[in-house]
Design a protein around this ligand. Structure first.
Ligand code: ADP
Ligand code: MG
Length: 695
């Protein structure tokens, strides 16, 4: 049905001007960020079906989708494993079975022998040769012609209550509106491959029958690349904008405290690596610049990020500001608390400690100290960014192991600074070496420093894969290590996120090991324990009183006991590579050779085997992260909370990483030359989802 232009709809009109969009539908669309006609144009199909040609039954291949036409030769209800309606459809080239598990009497009657039928569905190999399960079908009458579809049929991302046929009707109308109006090109010149925006949109909503489907499936069709480029530019610009907004607010000037750092470094028991020195200098320059620092420090596990953070903290404190250090787990917060106390107490800087478990009077006192500015440094978990927490002069926020926190949390902590001094500086530290392509997208609002050097004398951890059938041998290995005065971790993993189950598994293992190794002191730490209990066990492990620490993945980040040189990880196939690398990073911190045993459950699937082999072959966090990205995709690598950042319509970092240099070039050009377009682009692609800029 041709679109009626007398309605005088433009691409900026609300979607309610389109046929079939009442208030209810408008609300559903609005939930997907679709308010105006032009939002529909940018609601792009996920994939396509080919209903443009009829395939002879004799030429069907299992596994593909196809349209077939033929005459029903038989229709029977069969009572095999499931009651089903089975029809035989025949054309001049062969016969095919149609199988329906759910069917009404009326349906059965309409599928009587002699009926001419056109069907669409996925061809599978079944009991009686090729079959279609529950195909879409319609009866053909001889008096009418039945044209096939003129273009590939788009399948749109959807939400409850909006069917694909509704999407098709809406997008068809939107395309008709587009043909009668103009949609501005926002990218400069012939960006990308020269495909125009309008051309690309038309192509992707309605690809011609001869469209190269394989290329489209791979996300590499020129029309896709044109839009992906624009989407990535828009995304980059929105993070840039966030960054500019933060910067425009100014920040505490911390030049005064710069000298304190040099004195502190002299007191350390070790010499800083060149990489640490470089990153410390980069941070010091940021802190003295008067603009809010937004810096991500990436450094493999054990590269010595904590001391870098300490230098930053000291500079801030000596400049008269407060510092908040946030860690993702209580154990890690505790560890930082102890470390920083050791470092800073001699310097006379009062510190405070805040986690969710701090209650009652102690909590009130701590909050009081922070609000009054009496405590110079606060160490804690996400409890630090709860509403009741306020700071008198917060000047620096340090977030450790950023991958566990979302961008919102980071920003909400920096919101705690009173306006007088501008934005606090932000230092984000992560051991998940983020592949460069991903970092360019996910952290485009941050500057990046890399600690690409480990302290001298570290020996890479030797990793072995052992079948859990040989568990006894592994237990003996624990005994042997302890006999040599070393300590060991035994890590229990479970696929369930449930703390309770993890705890059960860890408790059972602990008991079992205690029976098998009666002379050893075995401790247990899991997420369900009280903070003080955890801290007590960790302290005992650190002092060597406990020789074997059975743990859940709560020890994943930060825990630092140099004498531990053996780690057993049970069911490693259940964990991601980044997580395994983190865990393994708990050992290899002393000068003795360390070993990690991946105690897997056989049989291992192909995928698991590939992953565990990567762990055996490499101790390079960067390489492992690249493999992890390949094997699991960016959402997983960054942690689920980060995925909000990664919700692209078309772009896929793995498929389109090669576009990123051009993305950056174009984005920079637009910022310099055409700020108005920047906002238009952000609006076009991120729409009301421009949430990060408004936090
Ligand atoms: P991560 O980067 O994983 O957070 P840490 O900061 O916990 O690493 O450092 C790991 C260990 O290495 C700590 O015991 C720390 O004191 C020590 N360390 C840090 N820098 C150096 C250095 N330059 N030389 C020797 N040891 C160092
Ligand atoms: Mg650390």
């Amino acid at each position: 049905m041709p679109f009626d232009f007398s309605m005088n709809v433009s691409i900026d009109s609300p979607v309610t001007r389109l046929r079939g969009v009442g208030p209810k539908m408008a609300e559903k669309l609005s939930q997907l960020g679709i308010e105006q006609v032009h939002d529909l144009l940018f609601h792009l199909p996920l994939r396509y079906q080919d209903r443009t040609r009829i395939t002879p039954i004799g030429a069907l291949q299992s596994g593909s989708d196809a349209v077939v036409e033929g005459e029903i030769r038989a229709a029977d209800v069969t009572f095999g494993r499931r009651r089903s309606l089975v029809c035989r459809l025949q054309d001049g080239t062969g016969t095919l079975t149609l199988r329906f598990f759910h069917f009404s009497a009326a349906q059965k009657n309409s599928l009587a022998p002699g009926t001419q039928l056109r069907c669409y569905g996925e061809v599978r190999r079944g009991a009686s040769g090729l079959e279609l399960y529950h195909p879409e079908y319609r009866q053909l009458s001889e008096s009418q012609t039945h044209p096939v579809e003129e273009c590939l049929t788009p399948i749109y991302p959807s939400t409850a209550g909006v069917s694909q046929s509704v999407w098709r009707k809406l997008c068809t109308q939107a395309l008709a509106v587009l043909s009668g109006s103009s949609l501005p090109e926002l990218l400069p010149g012939r960006a990308g491959n020269g495909t125009g925006l309008v051309q690309a949109l038309n192509y992707l909503h309605a690809p011609p029958p001869d469209a190269p489907q394989e290329l489209i499936r791979q996300g590499r069709h020129p029309a896709q690349l044109r839009l992906v480029l624009e989407e990535l530019v828009a995304h980059n610009l929105s993070l840039e904008k966030l960054r500019r907004q933060q910067r425009s607010l100014g920040a505490p000037d911390m030049r005064a405290g710069q000298n304190a750092t040099a004195d502190f470094i002299k007191t350390l028991a070790f010499r800083l690596t060149g990489a640490q020195e470089r990153v410390i200098a980069e941070i010091a320059a940021d802190l003295g610049s008067g603009l809010p620092m937004l810096r991500l420090v990436q450094g493999d596990v054990g590269s010595g990020k904590t001391v870098v953070a300490a230098c930053a903290a000291l500079q801030a404190i000596r400049s008269g500001y407060q510092v908040a250090i946030m860690a993702p787990t209580e154990i890690l917060a505790e560890q930082h608390w102890q470390g920083f106390q050791q470092w800073f107490e001699p310097l006379g800087s009062p510190m405070a400690w805040l986690t969710g478990r701090l209650k009652g009077k102690a909590r009130r006192q701590t909050l009081q100290q922070l609000a009054a500015g009496d405590a110079a440094l606060a160490v804690g978990t996400h409890a630090l960014f709860q509403e009741e927490v306020s700071f008198a002069r917060l000047g620096l926020v340090i977030v450790d192991e950023q991958q566990r926190f979302g961008v919102h949390q980071r920003l909400s902590l920096s919101d705690k600074a009173s306006g007088r001094h501008g934005r606090p500086h932000q230092l984000v530290m992560t051991a998940t070496t983020i592949p460069r392509t991903l970092a360019m997208v996910a952290y485009a609002d941050l500057d990046c420093s890399v600690i690409d050097e480990l302290p001298p004398g570290r020996r890479p951890v030797q990793t072995v894969l052992i079948d859990s059938e040989r568990r006894q041998q592994v237990v003996q290995r624990v005994q042997a290590a302890c006999d040599q005065g070393r300590q060991a971790y035994w890590v229990c993993t479970l696929i369930e996120e449930s703390d309770a189950l993890q705890r059960q598994a860890a408790e059972a293992t602990c008991e079992e090991l205690q029976q098998l190794l009666p002379q050893l002191h075995i401790g247990l730490v899991h997420g369900r324990m009280k903070a003080v209990e955890k801290a007590a066990v960790m302290a005992q492990f650190k002092s060597g009183e406990i020789q074997v620490l059975v743990a859940t993945t709560v020890i994943e980040v930060g825990v630092d006991v140099a004498n531990a040189s053996l780690m057993i990880i049970e069911n490693p196939e259940r964990l991601g590579l980044a997580q395994l690398h983190q865990l393994r990073g708990r050992i290899g911190r002393g000068s003795t050779a360390s070993h990690c045993v991946l105690l897997y459950q056989s049989p291992l699937g192909e995928h698991s085997k590939a992953r565990l082999t990567t762990m055996r072959e490499s101790s390079d966090g960067f390489y492992i992260a690249e493999r992890d990205l390949e094997l699991r995709g960016p959402g997983e690598v960054l942690g689920t909370r980060q995925t909000g950042l990664m919700e692209f319509r078309l772009a896929d970092i793995q498929l389109h990483g090669d576009l990123l240099p051009e993305v950056q070039r174009i984005a920079q050009h637009l910022v310099d030359s055409d700020p108005a377009r920047v906002d238009q682009l952000i609006r076009r692609w991120l729409g009301s989802a421009e949430r990060f800029a408004s936090v």
